[in-house]
Every structure is written in structure tokens, then in C-alpha cells.
Design a protein around this ligand. Structure first.
Ligand code: PEP
Ligand code: MG
Length: 754
């Protein structure tokens, strides 16, 4: 048989399948027909369809040739037999002598001992293996590559059928996909419970026409879609818009362009159409195979490139089907966003409408996480597989207490979570009772508690939480939220509103901290090998002083005579601080000369986020009006462990005794020089860590407002002197962390206010 013949027969085979699928009958009858048609068309003795009943179990769901009694009886685990191997490795197995293959498992009830040759291909969709399609013959022969391809094409059609539910049914038949309850374990990046409906960040395309009788037309459609795709990518890269895209976006687009112009990619998809698949099914076949390869790759660079390719496939599918673009009215009530990953800018676009966020990737230290916390949205990360299982509008629960997510939960799971939501609310309500009380520890230390903020929507939290003010106002969030630089007027209005709502309480405005993972689209930048240690924060402000000058003017205008506190991010030396402070002072003098209202009291301070600043000369400590330890960054530089890299998360640990001793050293420098010190990293929101930091000498914290009541509640029950001596003892004994010790201390505290 030459390739031409096989292509024609594969096309005919698909058309026959299509007719069968369009005919009356239930899912089981359709499956039986598929097995029959494949065995006839390919001239084989057996065709069997195994589908996954659950991720670990395959079930014989239809067969032509094996004992029909075995259908829905024979089941095997993915680590059993050749069928299991195909599923486990997502790879075909082609053997002339199956019984001699390693791992072969004889299943007596099927009567398959008579068959020698075996060809099995995975039935897969979007990297998920849904089953295995097998053909067998009595005579020992190795199947031709074109036959392997034909079977793979049939498997693609089967995968689409499985997804759309037309080969599923009642009784013993398997139920439709995406209908059963599914639970996932993840990692909680922002605690809390949430109940809502799924909102997929990238809605999935459903293909209802996988087969074609007119390949010419499909080729034309595919080529048209590719042209459109190339056009969009070229336009984004080459037109005037190039100035408004960030380096990162540009890199992704370059990769897109490379793939979109690669002939191998296109040739394979055209080949799929020649075998009888529609344009969209042929794209999805390539996408599924690429995803299966991605799952096996451990190289993070390659994974990134695969993600780019996957995005490109999605774009192509959207062009071909017209599906998958969000309309405002598609957003369900109480949406819980499901995504592979998300950047801070995209998250801000969704805003506070979200009830919760579930990510397949994500990291605890990323700014998207910080924004989710700022918006008090429960966030679970590392939830593998959820983007391929969830459908828009599915009911979903986030259970932050148990680090889990429940998709389409049954009534018992739902009732148990409702119950715990109620209990958590009761405990939170008890914290409100201590809102007006000081955070005074048992040894008499008064700890001052402020909140972190950056979004206007967070301002009411100041009043609600009973905080003493805003210890960190992240001004850059306003810049991330838009694709143009906000005007001075707009900024001044924002700062004025912030001070209005603070009603005289202290507010510390941090000047823009952009760069690293907080990219703004309008800032042109060079590619950097390590952006977290690159051109960011105060470094950008000093090199491009226009932005900082404009911000200082806006701050003075917004303050309109009220006290003003300005803080510079990521300062790493005395010189940087001096330069930034001088720039500020010059602006203030200039505005004074112009007759503007200048606050009587202005404090200028710095974030302490680099270890170098801990060892700066005394003069630095004397010239800064205050310092705030940015633990998120300080930890990453102290431990040389990237805050966004989940692989090194355990090495990035605030209860590490070396870190606690380092904090003690910083506090001692501040005490000697009479410099006010506070701590505004995310760890301040955890009672165990806040207590240890306080024991080391930090007596002021700025934290997410949702955690303030809890942190205050525990601080009021501990003796910092005692804890400090325990920390020193543990350090002297050569212990590494203080985790267990502080856990024990907290276990003796009351968990709610009585
Ligand atoms: C920090 O680094 O601790 C901090 C508060 O700044 P950001 O998280 O915005 O980098
Ligand atoms: Mg920082």
C-alpha cells in the first residue's frame, strides 16, 4: 500500500466514522460502530477502545474481535500491560509479537491470546490522555508508519467525541467528561474560602466538526487562519505599537512569529487535513502532541517556549472557530478565575470582581500574588490539571484551610465547606472585638500595626481593621493598571483621596517600584538576564529622573499641606539614597519657589531590601527618617533564592534563625542611630513570623489588612522577651529554624477572642 492509498483510505475511514457518529443511537452504539469500521477499513482482526474511567484506570469500552462479554468488565491500571504503557507514556506501541513485549499482560476474559501483533495509540486531548485505541492481528507483522498515522487520526476524532460527550451514555457506559466532582490539592498563596462559578482565563474551544469531506476547503481555512495569525503577530511587532509593548511581551511575540512561520508546523497540520481531519481538529492534534511532549520536559526554558507555542495554538483555534473570546456578559456571578498563570497587570484588569483565583502555576512571592492579597481574594496555586478539567460556569469551592479546590462538589463536600466558612467568619468577627485595643504584648511592648495598600478599593480597610495608618502604599499599582503613564493630575488626585480617607493617620507612599515582574508596557527596556537584580525600582527612578520628579510633584500637590511620608524602594547604598533624597529636596524647593503649598512635615525614608544596606555607614541611618524592611525582596537576596521560583521556596524562609539574627542586627543599627524601623514584607501577616520578628526588635509592622486582627490577637498573648531568649538558645544550640518552637508557643494561645 503506498502513502497515497493510505491517505485516501484514512479519509474514507473518517468519513464513514462521521456518518456513523451522525446516526441515531446512543454513545455505546456509536463506540461499537467505530470499532467495527476501524477494523474493517484497516483490515485487522481486532479494534478495541479503552477509555479512562479515572486517571489511573482504563476500561475496555468497545471491541470488534475480542470477547464482547469483556466490554465494561476488563479494567487495567495505567502501570499494567501494553495498553497501560501507551496511556502512561502517551506514545504508540507497535509490536509484531505483543506477548513477548516487556510488560505484556494477558487478560483471559478477552480471548486475546490468539493475536500476535499489537498497535496502540493514545487518545489524547490537550495533553490529557483520555484512553487508548488498539488494533491487533493474528499474523505477526509490524504496522506501517502510515497505519500508525491513520490510527492516530482516528484517535484525535475519538478524543473530540469524548470531549463533546457523544460517545458516552447511560448504564455501564462511561459518563461524559467534565461532569463529575473533582478535588485538587494546591498551595494556598492567600488564605480564605470562596464559592463561585468557574471563569476560565482562556476559555476552551470545543470542536464539533472534527472530520471533513472537503480537504481542499479545510486547507484554505487553515491557510487563511495562519495568514491572519501571522498578520496579527507582525502587526504587534512591527507597527508603531512596538513602543508600547514590554520587553517580555516582545520576546513572546518573537517566539510566536518564529513558530507561525515555521514550515514544519504548517506541513504537519496540512498532512493532518489530508488524512481527513478538519482544520481545527488538525490544529488540535498538533497541540495535543506538543502538550504531551511538554509534560515530559523538565527544562524550564523549553517549558516556557512550549507555553508560547500552546498560546499560539489557542489563538489559531480561536480564529478558526470564532469561540473563546470573553464578552463582558459571559462573566458569571461570583467568578473564580482559573488560569495556568497570570501577570499582575492582567489580574488588575479583572479587579475585585473575582471571588477567588486558582492557578496551575503561580508563586507565593510574585506580584500577582501580592495583588490578590491586596484585593483580599483567596488564591490557590500549583493546582495541576484544573485548566483542562474545569468548564466555564462550573460550581467551584476554594478551601484555603485545607489547601484544596473542589470542582463540581457533591452536596456533602459543599455542606462541609459551608459549615467551615461560617466558623471562620465567627472567628474573624471575634477579632473585631479587639479592633480598638493596642497590640501590647505580655512583656509590655507596644507593637504598631499599619496596613499595606495600593488600590483605592483597599482604603476602607484602614478604618475597618483598626490600623494606625498605611505603612506601605504601593504607588506602582496605579501604573500597572494602564497602558499609558498616568498624568500628574491623576496621580495627585489619587494621593489626595488616599490622605482624605486616612483622616490624619500616617500614610507612607512608596515611589514607583517597577521592573522585575512589575512591567509597565510603556517603558522601553533592554533584555536582562536577571531582572529581579537588574534595572528596577530606585535604579530606574535615578536613571530616568523625570518620572520620580513628576511623582514628587503629584505627592506635594495631593498632600496639599498635609504631612507627607515618602519612601524609596530597593535602595542598596547610601549614594542611591542621597541622590534620590536630593532630587526630592530640589523638587520641593522648586515648588516652594513657585508658591505651591508645601507640607510642614515631610519624612523621607527607604525600604531596606538588600543586605548591603544593613551594613551601610551610620550616616545612612542618620539621614533616613525611617526604614521599612521589605522582607519579600530582602529574603530573596539574603538567601539567594528567587522569590518567584517555587522550586526554592523552602530555602526562602523567614523563620530561619540566620534570618532572624540578621533582622536583630538591622534593628540594633536602627536603635544606635535612632532610626524608626518597621517591616512591610508579606511575612508580617503571619502571626508566627510577626511574633519572632517583634522578638528580634521590630516594633512596627505593615501588613495585609485581612491579617491584622489575627496578628494582633496573637501578639497580645505572648512574651517577646521569653521568645527572644528561646530564639537565642536555639541559635546557640545550632538549630536551623524556629518553626517548631513558635508553633508550640502559638498552640498554647487562644485561637479566638473570648
Ligand atoms: C518587599 O519586598 O517586601 C516589599 C514590600 O516590596 P514588594 O513586595 O512590592 O517588592
Ligand atoms: Mg520589594
Amino acid at each position: 500500500m503506498n502513502t497515497q492509498d493510505v491517505e485516501i483510505s484514512s479519509q474514507e475511514l473518517l468519513l464513514r466514522l462521521n456518518d456513523a457518529l451522525a446516526s441515531e443511537g446512543d454513545g455505546q452504539q456509536r463506540l461499537n460502530q467505530i470499532a467495527e469500521i476501524v477494523s474493517q477499513s484497516m483490515g485487522v482482526d481486532v479494534c478495541s477502545i479503552y477509555l479512562h474511567r479515572d486517571p489511573k484506570t482504563l476500561e475496555l469500552c468497545a471491541t470488534k474481535g475480542l470477547n464482547p462479554e469483556a466490554v465494561h468488565v476488563t479494567r487495567l491500571r495505567v502501570n499494567e500491560g501494553l495498553v497501560g504503557r501507551v496511556s502512561r507514556l502517551s506514545e504508540p506501541v507497535n509490536s509484531p509479537d505483543a506477548p513477548s513485549e516487556k510488560g505484556f499482560r494477558y487478560m483471559a476474559e478477552t480471548g486475546e491470546e490468539r493475536y500476535s501483533s499489537f498497535l496502540g495509540v493514545p487518545i489524547q486531548r490537550l495533553g490529557q490522555t483520555l484512553g487508548v485505541l488498539v488494533v491487533q492481528t493474528k499474523d505477526a507483522r509490524k504496522f506501517h508508519l502510515s497505519e500508525v498515522n491513520t490510527l492516530a487520526v482516528v484517535a484525535t476524532v475519538l478524543a473530540e467525541m469524548r470531549e463533546t460527550g457523544i460517545i458516552t451514555g447511560e448504564g455501564k457506559a462511561l459518563s461524559a467528561l467534565h461532569t463529575q466532582p473533582a478535588s485538587y490539592k494546591g498551595f494556598v498563596a492567600h488564605e480564605g474560602f470562596a464559592e463561585g462559578k468557574v471563569l476560565l482565563h482562556e476559555p476552551r474551544v470545543v470542536i464539533t466538526n472534527p472530520v471533513t469531506d472537503n480537504p481542499k476547503k479545510e486547507l484554505k481555512r487553515l491557510n487563511g487562519a495562519i495568514e491572519e495569525l501571522r498578520g496579527t503577530v507582525d502587526y504587534l511587532l512591527d507597527s508603531q505599537t512596538q513602543h508600547s509593548i514590554s520587553l517580555e511581551q516582545r520576546e513572546v511575540l518573537e517566539t510566536y512569529r518564529m513558530f507561525a512561520n515555521s514550515s514544519g508546523w504548517l506541513t504537519r497540520m496540512e498532512g493532518n487535513i489530508a488524512t481527513g481531519l478538519s482544520a481545527e481538529a488538525s490544529v488540535e492534534k498538533e497541540q495535543s502532541e506538543a502538550r504531551a511532549r511538554m509534560e515530559k520536559s523538565t527544562d524550564p526554558y523549553l517549558k516556557d517556549r512550549f507555553h508560547d507555542l500552546d498560546d499560539l495554538f489557542n489563538r489559531l483555534l480561536r480564529i478558526l472557530t470564532g469561540q473563546g473570546r470573553h464578552l463582558k456578559d459571559d462573566i458569571p456571578d461570583n467568578p473564580i478565575l482559573i488560569a495556568r498563570n497570570i501577570g499582575p497587570g492582567e489580574l488588575l484588569e479583572y479587579g475585585r470582581n473575582l471571588e477567588g483565583i486558582v492557578l496551575e502555576e503561580g508563586s507565593v512571592g510574585s506580584h500577582a500574588t501580592i495583588i490578590a492579597r491586596a484585593m483580599a481574594i483567596p488564591l490557590v496555586i500549583h493546582v495541576k490539571g484544573i485548566t483542562t478539567e474545569a468548564l466555564n460556569d462550573d460550581v467551584i469551592f476554594i478551601d484555603g484551610e485545607n489547601q484544596s479546590v473542589h470542582l463540581r462538589p457533591d452536596e456533602f463536600v459543599a455542606a462541609s465547606i459551608h459549615n467551615r466558612i461560617e466558623m471562620a467568619e465567627t472567628v474573624r468577627a471575634t477579632y473585631a472585638k479587639i479592633r480598638q485595643l493596642p497590640a501590647r504584648t505580655l512583656d509590655g511592648t507596644n507593637v504598631r500595626l499599619y496596613i499595606n495598600a495600593g488600590l483605592m478599593a483597599e482604603l476602607p480597610n484602614l478604618e475597618r481593621s483598626g490600623a494606625e495608618g498605611v505603612g506601605l502604599f504601593r504607588t506602582e499599582l496605579r501604573f500597572l493598571d494602564t497602558n499609558r503613564i498616568p498624568s500628574r493630575e491623576e496621580l495627585a488626585n489619587q494621593y489626595s483621596t488616599v490622605l482624605d480617607s486616612a483622616k490624619g493617620k500616617r500614610v507612607v507612599f512608596r515611589t514607583v517600584d517597577i521592573g522585575s515582574d512589575k512591567m509597565v508596557p510603556y517603558l522601553k527596556r533592554e533584555e536582562e538576564p536577571n531582572p529581579a537584580m537588574g534595572w528596577r525600582a530606585i535604579r530606574i527612578s535615578l536613571d530616568k529622573p523625570g518620572l520620580l520628579q513628576m511623582q514628587i510633584q503629584a505627592l506635594i500637590q495631593g498632600a496639599n499641606g498635609r504631612p507627607l511620608n515618602i519612601m524609596f524602594p530597593m535602595v542598596s547604598s547610601l549614594e542611591e539614597f542621597t541622590q534620590a533624597k536630593e532630587l526630592c529636596v530640589r523638587q520641593i524647593s522648586r515648588l516652594k519657589r513657585l508658591g505651591k503649598v508645601i507640607p510642614e512635615h515631610i519624612e523621607i525614608g527607604a525600604m531596606l531590601e538588600t543586605p548591603s544596606l544593613a551594613f551601610a555607614p551610620n550616616y545612612f541611618y542618620q539621614s533616613a527618617d525611617f526604614l521599612s524592611i521589605g522582607g519579600n525582596d530582602l529574603k530573596q537576596f539574603f538567601f539567594a533564592a528567587d522569590r518567584q521560583n517555587e522550586r526554592v521556596r523552602s530555602r526562602y524562609h523567614a523563620l530561619h534563625l540566620s534570618y532572624l539574627k540578621f533582622i536583630e542586627y538591622i534593628c540594633s543599627r536602627c536603635n544606635e542611630n535612632n532610626t524608626k524601623i518597621s517591616y512591610c514584607g508579606e511575612d508580617a501577616g503571619r502571626p508566627d513570623i510577626a511574633i519572632c520578628l517583634a522578638a528580634m526588635g521590630v516594633t512596627s509592622f505593615s501588613l495585609r489588612s485581612a491579617s491584622l486582627g489575627k496578628v494582633k490577637h496573637y501578639l497580645r498573648q505572648v512574651d517577646l522577651k521569653e521568645i527572644k531568649s528561646q530564639i537565642n538558645k536555639a541559635y546557640a544550640e545550632g538549630k536551623v529554624t524556629f518553626d517548631e518552637d513558635i508553633k508550640l508557643v502559638l498552640s498554647k494561645c487562644k485561637s479566638s477572642v473570648t
